[in-house]
Structures are given as structure tokens and as C-alpha cells.
Write a protein that binds this ligand. Structure first.
Ligand SMILES: [Zn+2]
Length: 222
């Protein structure tokens, strides 16, 4: 038995990873597998791995890599992922990446591709921290890219109240990007060394990024 194609998407918050993953799912019939969803489903289904996960979670402990791997092994056998899976939230460390390689090696396979969505950090901070919305109608604006025609007045509804998300503050966005790089750099190096890494510039036009990622996936799963 062969396991489905396995793809890994790496990208910082704000890089559009969710959007691109959904498009790849649709184009290729792939299924995005999030660790949290798989855990909950395995616990609900009462599989052996699910029971093991429940025991440690009930004790307030973190689920081990081994349990996650066992849950993933079960999940990859299900029919809906026959065409392939995009892993979301796993692996996060090189130890987990090695465990994943071990799982795929059981069927003589390996990760088909790890795609790193690359961003320009300073541009990303500007892009995210400049966002604000109209408090009246929700219309989106941006300090650099889309100001209302009349300063301080919503083009759409005339409201003069606007909102900014606390999460969008420049310091917060910068800290999130730093945390992402610190966590992901070893994984990127890991897949790069194995010749499985593709890099895509994630700062450009969303459709153009999809087109590039589509080519990468096509060559990875053919
Ligand atoms: Zn408005």
C-alpha cells in the first residue's frame, strides 16, 4: 500500500498560507490536515492513538510526537486523502520532521515537497500594521495603500469611526515574524539539505503565487 502524497507548507502569519492551501486543495484534490483537527477526530473516534492522546490530554500534558505520528498514520489511510495531504502545524521541529520521514519510509515514501512561502519582513510589517477598517460598515483601508478619498471619512458609508486590530500593531507583527523565523529556520534547512525544499516569493500577486505553487505541486506529485 502506498501512502498519499505529502506536502508541507511553511509560511509566516500574513503570508496567505491559508488561502494558498485552500486553492491547492481544490486544484489537486488534496486535503489539508491540521494536527488539532486530527487529534480531536481521533479522540472522538476512540482509535488506539486517540485513546492514548486523550489520556495525556486529560492529564494536562502535551501529546507526544509519537502519538501525533500514530494519528497521522491512521489518517493518511482514509479515503478522502488518497490524492494527497497538505500538513498544517506538523512538523514544527526537525525531530518531528525526522519522525514524519520515518512514518513515510514505512511505505518507501518521503515528503513530496516542502514549500516555503518567503516574505520581506519590513514590507510585511507595513502591510499588516497599516490595515484598518470602518467601524460603521467594515470597509477595509490601509495607511499606505488605500486611504479614504476624504480624510477620516469612510468612502462607503460616511462614518468617521475606524478600528484597528490589536494584533496588527507593528511590534506585534514583528514579534510574530521573528518567532516564525526562529521556529522554522531549522525546518527549512532540514528540507533544503534533503533537496525537498521549494521557495516561493509570497509578497506578490496572490494569483501569481498560486500559479507558481501549482507548478511546484505538479512536479512534486507527478
Ligand atoms: Zn464605512
Amino acid at each position: 500500500m502506498t501512502t498519499p502524497a505529502v506536502l508541507i507548507l511553511l509560511g509566516p502569519p500574513g503570508a496567505g498560507k491559508g488561502t494558498q492551501a485552500r486553492r491547492l486543495e481544490e486544484k489537486f484534490g488534496l486535503v489539508q490536515l491540521s494536527t488539532g483537527d486530527m487529534l480531536r477526530a481521533a479522540v472522538a473516534a476512540g482509535t488506539d492513538a486517540g485513546k492514548a492522546a486523550k489520556t495525556v490530554m486529560d492529564a494536562g500534558e502535551l501529546v507526544s510526537d509519537e502519538i501525533v505520528i500514530n494519528i497521522l498514520r491512521d489518517r493518511l489511510k482514509e479515503e478522502d486523502v488518497a490524492k494527497g495531504a497538505i500538513l498544517d502545524g506538523f512538523p514544527r521541529t526537525t525531530v518531528q520532521a525526522e519522525a514524519l520521514d520515518g512514518l513515510l519510509a514505512e511505505n518507501g515514501q518521503s515528503v513530496n515537497a516542502a514549500i516555503a512561502m518567503e516574505v520581506d519582513d519590513a514590507a510585511m510589517v507595513e502591510r499588516i500594521s497599516g490595515r484598518y477598517t470602518c467601524a460603521g460598515c467594515g470597509e477595509g483601508y490601509h495607511d499606505s495603500f488605500k486611504q479614504p478619498a476624504a480624510e477620516g471619512v469612510c468612502d462607503n458609508c460616511g462614518s468617521t469611526e475606524f478600528k484597528r486590530r490589536a494584533d496588527d500593531k507593528a511590534e506585534t507583527v514583528g514579534a510574530r515574524l521573528e518567532a516564525y523565523h526562529a521556529q522554522t529556520a531549522p525546518l527549512i534547512a532540514y528540507y533544503d539539505e534533503k533537496g525537498q525544499l521549494s521557495r516561493v516569493d509570497a509578497m506578490g500577486d496572490i494569483d501569481a503565487i498560486t500559479a507558481k505553487m501549482t507548478e511546484m505541486v505538479e512536479s512534486a506529485i507527478s
